[in-house]
Design a protein around this ligand. Structure first.
Ligand SMILES: Cc1ncc(COP(=O)(O)O)c(C=O)c1O
Length: 384
């Protein structure tokens, strides 16, 4: 494909930092670059940040921190990435799938309210495309039911809700630096610990169940096995690459904003006449422009658009398959119709190429290819 869905760019000092880390021969986790990444992110969130090998690992750390027992439930969106749910299921929780809103494709607080029960331990809010969930409503629901709000902020780093960073609302929040994300080191992630009471256990869980972090700080003269845990440290080579990306974050975000805004401005009219919806961005939300999805009137037109784009050398990609209808979701009782909006969006959504290095010429070709697609309008108007 001339224009892939995603492409990684070197945007700053990444290669120099990787060479520096390699030459230092400190390759394991918690070296100087890992510390710099964690400090950089901590100053953004005003909270403790622990670097991890992926967002999935950070989600697993959340599951550890919940101290789940059999029968405990975690409410997750059905329209989500697999590990948004599986990280908790792997630690014994029953995932309870809630539906998303028809315009933002984020958790629907009214549906979440219906799914909360006496065994609910957490609500996992995924900010789809970095567009903020209704955090006020979800925060109230978590508070009222005495469960934890966790943000799966894989898409939302540097996004905001009412001027405050996404990832600073839940007791815990997770980040992804997978190569499909706005900032990357190939595979990487982080856990944001907004509740200071969870910080010391979080660092033990991340370091094989030991208090080695305290040992590193000189607070104890040896380290030992303290709790359950695993090995969730980000390698120094990856941290070095990531730090180069984090330093350049403002430039990356500005470029993504320009690409996103151009898509919106040049596709809005086309979408309106074709019955194609754009993702609604509520006034409270300031997104980091992670995705540019289109919601086609039906599955047939969505598939036809993907094929039309492919003929023009453009890779458009769909996702997510509703989790409650996955083989594992069905084992937890999921049946068709449980989350009708997730089921519907999953069939109709396609994402356009969206990456830092998407130059004006290739973006013109993507826009041109979309605009020559003749979807006969049926339902829903665009909202942006
Ligand atoms: C919403 C969401 N959560 C979690 C993940 C998992 O991220 P990672 O690949 O860093 O484990 C992804 C990955 O795409 C995601 O989109």
């Amino acid at each position: 494909m001339r224009t892939p869905f995603n492409e990684v760019s070197v945007v700053g000092n990444e290669l120099r930092y990787v060479a520096e880390a390699a030459a230092s021969l400190h390759l394991a986790g918690d070296g100087p670059f890992s510390d710099r990444c964690a400090e950089h992110l901590a100053s953004h969130f005003g909270a403790r940040v622990l670097m991890t090998p992926s967002c999935t690992h950070a989600l697993e750390m959340c599951a550890y921190l919940l101290g789940l027992e059999p029968g405990d439930e975690v409410v997750v969106p059905s329209y989500a990435f697999v590990t948004t749910a599986s990280a908790f299921a792997a630690h014994g929780a029953t995932p309870v799938f809630a539906d998303v809103c028809p315009d933002t494709w984020n958790l629907d607080p009214d549906d979440v309210a219906r799914r909360i029960g006496p065994r609910t331990r957490a609500i996992v809010a995924l900010h789809y495309g970095g567009v903020a969930c209704d955090l006020e409503a979800l925060g109230k629901l978590a508070e009222r039911s005495g469960c934890m709000l966790i943000e799966d902020n894989a898409h939302g780093l540097y996004g905001a809700y009412r001027g405050r960073p996404l990832g600073s609302f839940g007791a815990l929040a997770t980040l992804s630096f997978h190569e499909t994300k706005n900032l990357t080191c190939g595979e990487g992630g982080a856990l944001v610990v907004n509740d200071p009471q969870l910080a010391s256990r979080a660092e033990i869980i991340r370091d094989k169940g030991t208090d080695r972090a305290r040992f590193r700080r000189g607070e104890v003269d040896r380290y030992t096995w303290r709790d359950n845990g695993s090995s969730y440290l980000l390698s120094e080579l990856q941290a070095a690459f990531l730090y180069g990306q984090l330093e350049a974050a403002e430039r990356v975000m500005a470029r993504r904003r320009a690409i996103w805004t151009r898509y919106r401005d040049e596709l809005r009219d086309w979408a309106e006449t074709r019955g194609v919806a754009l993702q609604h961005v509520p006034d409270e939300s300031d997104p980091p422009y992670h995705l540019f999805p289109l919601l086609l009137p039906d599955e047939g037109q969505r598939d036809a658009l993907i094929a039309h784009l492919a003929r023009a050398g453009v890779l458009g990609v769909f996702h997510y398959l509703p989790l409650h209808l996955s083989p594992v979701g069905r084992r937890y009782g999921g049946t068709p119709g449980d989350c009708p909006v997730s089921e519907d969006v999953s069939r109709r959504l396609v994402r356009l190429p969206m990456f830092f290095g998407l130059d004006s010429e290739r973006q013109s070709e993507v826009i041109g290819a979309v605009r020559t697609f003749g979807a006969a309008g049926k339902s829903g108007g665009p909202r942006a």
